[in-house]
Design a protein around this ligand. Structure first.
Ligand code: ZN
Length: 164
């Protein structure tokens, strides 16, 4: 296994709709294993392929006991609403309050291509929609009002400058 480089906003791969996963082979298994290792090292609960520079419909997640590899994920249903802060490994430590569905059902394929469905509520639901968004070229800041989004983007550019 190997640690992968996590891509930061505003990399274009983060704003690109991922390609569908069609080959469920050893290299996909290796990528998923590397993504888990990278996610754990960064203390995250989810990581999507575009975040490691691979424009694919693929994410890994280990959140509140739900540990999955999801290829070609689709949100099948979403119910209710929850408040709370959201953050992203591609946006450093910046977080923002964002309303998300309280309960979601996700359909996807595992690393071998077998279809499965998983339900999540609370933080798990938030993570499922956040990672599925990544596969579709969306970041959580894309759901904020233009004013709040611009504020966060400016803050993030400052953080990046300071780190370089
Ligand atoms: Zn993210």
């Amino acid at each position: 296994m190997a640690l992968l480089n996590i891509v930061s906003y505003p990399a274009s791969v983060l704003a690109t709709v991922g390609t569908a996963v069609e080959k469920f082979d050893e290299s996909l298994e290796r990528l998923a294993a590397d993504m888990f290792e990278t996610m754990y090292a960064a203390h995250g609960v989810g990581l999507a392929a575009p975040q490691v520079g691979r424009s694919l419909q693929l994410f890994v997640m280990d959140c509140e006991g739900t540990k999955i590899v999801a290829a070609n994920p689709v949100i099948l249903s979403a119910e209710g609403e929850q408040g709370g802060d959201e953050a992203c490994l591609s946006l450093g430590s910046l977080g923002a309050e964002l309303r998300r569905p309280a309960e979601v059902r996700l359909g996807a394929q595992d690393v071998h291509g077998n279809s499965f469905e998983v339900e999540g509520r609370g933080l798990t639901a938030r993570c499922l929609v956040h990672e599925t968004d990544h596969c579709n070229g969306l970041l959580f800041i894309d759901h904020l009002s233009p004013l709040r989004r611009d504020m966060l983007k400016r803050k993030f550019r400052k953080v990046l400058k300071r780190e370089r």
